[in-house]
Design a binder for this molecule. Structure first.
Ligand code: GLN
Length: 611
């Protein structure tokens, strides 16, 4: 029987429920258990694919092409698992399922209602997905963490809360525990418990009892014993059930903070985890994970040198828009034993127009770019800011500053080269100018122009390296010299094959292509310290203890060239694919991820294209 740990939230959202949930999962993994996770987002969207990044942060992409909430990224990284699109439940998905069933006549003439039809659909979904193997053992998970987005008491989350109330009886007391994450405000040094009392009261009113109350303090001061006592008293739980989660030096310290307060022992007892049989190998794996995690956090305290990276993007006003990119940089910096200094530059600020309208802003933006050890241009959609990105890429190329271009950044590096090296002065993408005479980047033929939801080239795709490139290609060496690699994609445009000859003749190497050799996927300049672009998004497969190879090479190059050499040797020795690729994605699933045009007329407007 699977053990379920529900993580709900109270008072306000955005206080780190996802980190507490994934840290709990990680801790259980260190005991040798197999852990998976489900995120519930009580919004009407089917998935996060059509949302602007400024709305909810980055759209995270899974192996199967699912476009999901960024919290799924947290789970994949912390638990080192590979999740599917079904691990992200939204109101939209549940209602669609129930309505489709109703139209098919599956309810046999009954009145279809929130209770029991919607609540049953939620419970069935959770039970089904919790059994899907998520790690490289290929076995059913022992524990499933279910994070309920939003806060208890919202209209949106009500059907999910009710479903959880029923679920505790469906799976039984010993298989269901609830962690309620609440806020304890610190007012002039005084820790206030009233908001927590109120939210726990609301939770009980809805029929759910907290087994653990995780009290978030948005200050560096730990939860005081007297506050703990008070919460225990007024919320009808024992003191060991009250956990303090104050601000620590990094999110990687949260698991250890929870562990130090006995959360593992508590859950062990409460869920009778001792009844799950663990092989010696699983226990050893757990211990090894704990050791490596402790090393990582310990080393983090002793980083003296830093590495400065500038991220030149268009969604820089909400840094969550680049969550996985910043995680990949962070993981790589740990491996290079550097403290990461990440500067965010809005690419529009680098453009001549800003120089005219706001010279101070222009000056600051360029100062950040020219003083950085490495320049990164991430993915993005639409025209705004792309000229600024091209200028930053030109600087990186000419000044031999390490550069990494991801997806849009890769496409813009091709445009920059075409304009300034090949003399195609008007080179651009048809995404920015549909009538251009020099379309270096073009719309992929199989993609729908009228529909946005789930119609890109999405999910895990192979890249094949050019024969002989293992001798010179840094990026290939970073992947352990592999002939073929797998990374996740999310795009609608690609390099125009008509320009390939001109681009290659002038020295731009497309070192990695798709399996048919038609689609350009990795570019690299051989006579540059590190100039790499990928059509894929390797940041979606990074792990704290196993950084994404192209990011590692980039950060190492930005740290210094000698470090690059050492790091590459290290990577060659320790490289393993960051996700159990073949076990997790079947050909059928990949086909499922191929873009399709939904039959219905209603095109989903909004989306990133308009931003
Ligand atoms: N807008 C570009 C495309 O659709 C790049 C996408 C991205 O960066 N994710 O191809």
């Amino acid at each position: 029987m699977t053990k379920y740990i529900i993580v709900s939230g109270g008072v306000v959202s955005g206080i780190g429920k996802g980190v507490i949930a994934s840290s709990t999962g990680l801790l259980l993994k260190t005991t040798g258990l197999k852990v998976t996770a489900i995120k519930i987002d009580p919004y009407m969207n089917i998935d996060a694919g059509t949302m602007r990044p400024q709305e909810h942060g980055e759209v995270y992409v899974l192996n199967d092409g699912g476009e999901v909430d960024l919290d799924l990224g947290n789970y994949e990284r912390y638990l080192d698992v590979t999740l599917s699109r079904d691990n992200n439940i939204t109101t939209g998905k549940i209602y669609r399922e129930v309505i489709e069933k109703e139209r098919r006549g599956d309810y046999l003439g009954k009145t279809v209602q929130i209770v029991p039809h919607v609540t049953n659909a939620i419970q069935d979904w959770i039970e089904r997905v919790s059994k899907i193997p998520a790690d490289n053992t290929g076995e059913e998970p022992d524990v499933c963490i279910v994070e309920l987005g939003g806060t208890v008491g919202d209209i949106e989350s009500a059907p999910f809360v009710e479903a959880m109330r029923q679920f505790q009886f469906r799976v039984g007391y010993e298989n269901f525990a609830l962690i309620h994450v609440s806020l304890v405000p610190d007012m002039h040094g005084e820790q206030k418990t009233k908001p927590t009392q109120t939210t726990v009261h609301a939770l009980r009113g809805l029929g759910l009892l907290p087994d653990l109350i995780a009290c978030r303090l948005i200050v560096q001061k730990p939860l005081e014993p007297a506050t703990k006592e008070k919460i225990s008293m007024f919320c009808h739980v024992s003191a060991e059930q009250v956990i303090g989660v104050h601000d620590v030096s990094s999110v990687y310290h949260v698991p250890l903070l929870l562990q130090s307060q006995g959360i593992v022992q508590y859950l062990h007892k409460r869920l009778n985890l001792g009844s799950i049989e663990l092989t010696k190998e699983m226990k050893e794996r757990g211990l090894d994970l704990e050791k490596r995690w402790r090393d990582l956090t310990g080393r983090q305290e002793r980083l003296y040198d830093d590495v400065s990276i500038v991220l030149v993007g268009k969604y820089t006003d909400l840094q969550d828009s680049y969550m996985s990119v910043s995680k990949a940089l962070e993981h790589s910096a740990f491996r290079c034993q550097r403290k990461l200094t990440l500067k965010w530059v809005n690419s529009s600020d680098l453009e001549p127009e800003t120089q005219a309208t706001n010279p101070a802003k222009y000056h600051d933006a360029w100062r950040a770019v020219v003083s950085a050890g490495g320049i990164l241009v991430p993915g993005g959609f639409g025209t705004r800011g792309t000229e600024g990105m091209i200028l930053a890429i030109k600087w990186a190329r000419e000044q031999k500053i390490p550069f990494l271009g991801i997806c849009l950044g890769f496409q813009l590096a091709v445009i920059e080269w075409a304009r300034h090296v090949c003399g195609f002065t008007e080179a651009t993408s048809t995404e920015f100018d549909g009538d251009t005479k020099q379309p270096l980047i073009i719309f992929m033929p199989e993609i729908s122009k009228t529909h946005m939801g789930g119609t890109m080239r999405l999910g895990l795709r192979p890249t094949v390296f050019e024969a002989g490139s293992e001798k010179w290609s840094k990026v290939r060496q970073l992947y352990g010299g592999a002939e073929k690699i797998w990374e996740r994609h999310r795009h609608r445009y690609e390099v125009n094959p008509e320009y390939l000859e001109k681009l290659s003749e002038s020295g731009l190497s497309f070192v990695g292509k798709d399996e048919r050799g038609e689609r350009m996927q990795v570019l690299e300049l051989p006579d540059h310290p590190y100039f790499v672009g990928l059509q894929a998004h390797p940041e979606f497969c990074t792990r704290p203890l196993n950084p994404s190879p192209p990011f590692l090479g980039f950060v190492a190059a930005a740290s210094s060239h000698t470090v690059l050499r050492d790091q590459m040797n290290l990577q060659l020795k320790s490289f393993r694919p960051p996700h159990p690729v073949h076990a997790m994605v079947s050909e059928a699933e990949l086909r499922h991820a191929e873009p399709t045009v939904p039959g219905e007329e209603a095109a989903i407007a909004a989306g990133e294209q308009q931003s």
